[in-house]
Write a protein that binds this ligand. Structure first.
Ligand code: NDP
Length: 332
């Protein structure tokens, strides 16, 4: 499979080029960037044969099967629609777009064209999250009563660009991290959040966009979720807890790009570690996407998963802005 990169980004450099190359027979053949010097430099550093500032030039190459979009968030919609119009499969970064309507348009267009659309929600590919999902789905903790997601981290200096000061590019911790937590809860519990309340603020990093948010979500089953996302917590460890009538799951250090973290199950029988065999999260996401392109299975997170995670995140932002309970508007 041949990939064209749209966006000469950090995530492409740090994770995704390696993930594409981890698949036998898979190549990265193009990179598209808004700045010619950056495009050429990025291509040179990563051994990518062709670079351009013209998305159309790359899309005109019939040898490109799929594009990976990792530009800033406000560009995702137009780039995805152009790729779909050119008949390319799309793996798009989260958040899919700036609004739910835009995200739905992107995913529906791919569906109408018979193309695979994936959302790069890496966390649901982690061995830890897969193990937690299996415990919940297998009834090991009974009926789920509540969950807690602690995803307050310190945004490293090299990522402190548009994320902390550019609302128009999709900055802020809600589009950046709350979308991941929404996807994680939907994946772990198999339910779509219905209603949210939230408080957001700036705690030392955000300039015109929120850098911290705490929210509470209701689920159709009656279970409740608390979520905390931040860019400013130097020493906090990430965590997920899921509490049920027959047991609790405690996962620490699992809201990360790396294949690390520990999961424990507490039931009437006591506290036990849950064995997991770690693997690279992004390699798995790319493998499942490529298999879906070949007609087998589906991406680990498809386009509609990306629509849903964005809908929850935007409801959290709206709830914080209004100071009121807010329905999640999935747009359908
Ligand atoms: P970056 O800030 O690294 O890159 C975004 C854009 O900024 C690039 O596409 C590029 O524009 C421009 N840019 C970056 N570096 C330079 C440079 N040195 N000179 C000129 N232009 C530059 O973004 P991230 O990698 O942090 O994020 C990109 C997307 O990926 C976002 O949507 C984000 O939400 C998502 N993301 C997802 C992660 C995940 O694990 N799923 C993790 C991190 C990010 P151009 O497009 O014109 O090349």
């Amino acid at each position: 499979m041949r990939w064209g990169l749209v966006g000469a980004s950090t995530i492409a450099a740090e994770q995704m080029i390696g993930a594409f190359r981890s698949l036998p027979g898979s190549e990265v053949t193009w990179v598209v960037s808004g700045q010619p010097a950056h495009a050429a430099d990025f291509a040179g550093r990563h051994g990518i044969p062709s670079s351009t500032t013209s998305l159309d030039e790359m899309l005109a190459d019939p040898a490109v099967d799929a594009v990976y979009i990792s530009s800033t968030n406000e560009k995702h919609r137009s780039q995805a629609l152009a790729a779909i119009a050119a008949g390319k499969h799309v793996l798009c970064e989260k958040p899919l777009a700036m609004t739910v309507a835009e995200a739905r348009e992107m995913v529906a267009s791919a569906e109408a064209a018979g193309l695979v659309f994936g959302t790069n929600h890496h966390l649901r590919n982690a061995a830890t999250h897969l193990a937690m999902r299996d415990l919940v789905a297998g009834g090991r903790i009974g009926r789920v009563l509540s969950a807690r997601v602690h995803h307050a981290v310190f945004l490293p200096p090299h990522l402190q660009g548009w994320r902390i000061n550019d609302a128009e590019a999709g900055g802020g911790v809600i589009p950046d991290i709350t979308v991941h937590d929404a996807d994680t809860i939907r994946f772990l519990l198999g339910e779509d959040p219905q209603e949210v309340v939230a408080l957001s603020g700036q705690s030392g990093m955000g300039q015109g966009v929120e850098d911290s948010v705490m929210s509470v979500w209701s689920l159709p089953s009656g279970a409740m979720v608390t979520a905390h996302e931040s860019f400013t917590h130097h020493f906090a460890e990430t965590a997920v807890e899921i509490h049920g009538t027959e047991g609790s799951i405690y996962a620490r250090g699992v809201m990360t790009q790396r294949p690390v973290g520990k999961v424990e199950l507490v039931t009437a029988e006591g506290r036990k570690p849950v064995p997991v065999t770690p693997h690279n999260l992004y390699d798995r996401a790319v493998r499942l996407f490529a298999e879906a392109v070949q007609g087998h299975g589906r991406p680990s997170a498809d386009g509609w998963d990306g629509v849903a995670s964005l809908a929850v995140a935007l409801a959290v932002r709206e709830a914080a802005r209004r100071g009121a309970r807010t329905q999640v508007d999935y747009g359908a």
